[in-house]
Design a binder for this molecule. Structure first.
Ligand SMILES: [Zn+2]
Length: 73
């Protein structure tokens, strides 16, 4: 099983999107977190066993599709 969690991400121009975090919560398997962006350009981030939301966002380098700015939290 994997749990999905969404975090709000907002650009200074007002554009809103989300950070999606998928987390393995099955027993007896490796813990991991997999991050992706919804509504923003940028990459994805996979980490074992876990990292902070800030580290994940820094690694994905989200960019705003409206104004082109880098977005951070
Ligand atoms: Zn923007």
């Amino acid at each position: 099983m994997a749990t999905r969690t969404y975090y709000d991400l907002e650009c200074s121009c007002g554009h809103k999107g989300k950070v999606k975090m998928k987390e393995n919560d099955a027993p007896f398997t490796a813990n991991y977190e997999s991050y992706s962006l919804v509504g923003f350009g940028g990459g994805t981030h996979y980490v074992e066993p876990h990292c902070t939301l800030e580290e994940a966002v820094n690694a994905m380098k989200p960019t705003c599709p409206t104004c082109g700015e880098r977005v951070s939290i």
